[in-house]
Design a binder for this molecule. Structure first.
Ligand SMILES: [Zn+2]
Length: 394
């Protein structure tokens, strides 16, 4: 069932039996209360009126509210995608949603259509052919994931929508809620994304099926996107010209495995001192945590460093060494753009940084996932004060 007309009888009346068996009661009532015009007209994507009833995310049912005169898009609408590319999500994730909306995700079914022969069975359940609708919505594993996700969606409803319309329907709704509730978009997209990643991990990495992993992966991504968005917002707020907002500069190592990840802020205080020989600079580093239960990570010490960036590198290295080995996913925040750039591109790093960068790589590999992010100075303020204080001592 793809079209409204599929819900109608040949004499242009609602097929009540079908509607009652397909939808939840309140939705069925809504549909049946829609007057069918006598004149034949094109199916609209927005055929179901919203009435006074609020959208219920759990029923998986939302159609753009035509009563509010909101702009209504189709998955092919250029103006919609123009806005979409500006949404704060990683480009590959936005591309993924775009591909779903155009039904060009390389599912087994789509690959089969292109003449690539593979078993067509879904890797999650091994029970049904893997097309988009099955993989993302009807597969028993995916249904469990959606139901236990923060959204609590019944992904099998409404049954008549194609996967691309179902996804697009939610995306559209999430777009209208971006300002007031950005988590909605993050959670919805992250769940889709995690199903896809897990499916790929099964095929390409021999991982075994585990709905819990999908949920954890989704939560991790949603949390990460949330954090990126809040940085953007903060830098926007602190910026005179809100239009100039750069994406955060990030270096990462490994892949996140679980939802639990901790973050540490580091900073270095470095000051040139003219005059006395042998003591022409003084440096100290400090590290603090944002997690109340990890206060033991906090500390500072005097160090030797030729440049402020080198000092910052030592701070990151120290944080990596000190954070408890149980922490598999670690986020390190620094205000040194130069250092993050050196991590991203070690070949071009300054001489005095090269060995530190190498050691950071080595230490990072001991954990599943390490991210080093350039943040505003204000965000590492506590570490900054600790380091300054330490530098002045002794
Ligand atoms: Zn399946």
């Amino acid at each position: 069932m793809e079209k409204v007309s599929d819900l109608m009888t040949s004499d242009r009346r609602w097929n009540a039996n079908l509607i009652w068996s397909t939808f939840e009661e309140n939705i069925a009532r809504d549909i049946l209360s829609v007057h069918i015009p006598i004149q034949e007209c094109e199916d609209e994507f927005t055929w179901i009126p919203k009435k006074t009833r609020e959208f219920s995310f759990k029923s998986g049912y939302w159609m753009a509210a035509n009563q509010k005169k909101e702009t209504i898009w189709r998955p092919t609408s250029k103006s919609f995608w123009k806005m979409w590319w500006k949404v704060s999500l990683p480009p590959k994730v936005k591309m993924f949603i775009w591909k779903i909306s155009h039904n060009i995700i390389p599912t087994r079914e789509n690959l089969g259509k292109r003449g690539i022969c593979l078993s067509s069975l879904c890797n999650l359940c091994n029970k049904a052919p893997e097309d988009m609708n099955h993989l993302f919505r009807f597969c028993e594993i995916s249904q469990r994931v959606w139901a236990s996700s923060p959204l609590g969606i019944n992904s099998a409803k409404p049954q008549f929508l194609s996967c691309r319309d179902w996804v697009f329907n939610f995306i559209q709704y999430c777009m209208t809620q971006l300002e007031s509730n950005p988590k909605l978009m993050h959670n919805f997209v992250a769940t889709l994304w995690a199903i896809w990643l897990h499916r790929n991990n099964i095929i390409f990495r021999g991982v075994s099926v585990n709905p819990k992993n999908i949920l954890e992966l989704a939560q991790l991504h949603a949390a990460k996107w949330e954090e990126i968005q809040s940085w953007k917002k903060k830098s926007q707020d602190s910026n005179q010209n809100p239009k100039i907002t750069a994406l955060p500069v990030i270096w990462k190592s490994g892949n996140a495995t679980t939802y639990s990840f901790e973050s540490v802020c580091v900073d270095a205080a470095w000051k040139e001192r003219k005059g006395k020989q042998g003591e022409n600079w003084r440096a100290a580093i400090a590290w603090t945590t944002e997690n109340a239960n990890l206060q033991h990570i906090q500390g500072s010490k005097r160090i030797f460093a030729l440049t402020p960036t080198q000092a910052e590198g030592i701070a990151v290295l120290e944080a990596l060494k000190l954070a408890h080995t149980d922490i598999k996913n670690l986020v390190i925040k620094t205000d040194s753009l130069q250092l993050v750039k050196a991590l991203k591109n070690p070949v071009n790093a300054e001489e005095e940084l090269k060995h530190i960068v190498k050691d950071i790589f080595l230490e990072a590999r001991k954990r599943d996932y390490v991210v080093c992010i350039k943040v505003d100075r204000i965000m590492v303020n506590k570490a900054h004060m600790l380091a300054s204080y330490c530098r002045k001592q002794g």
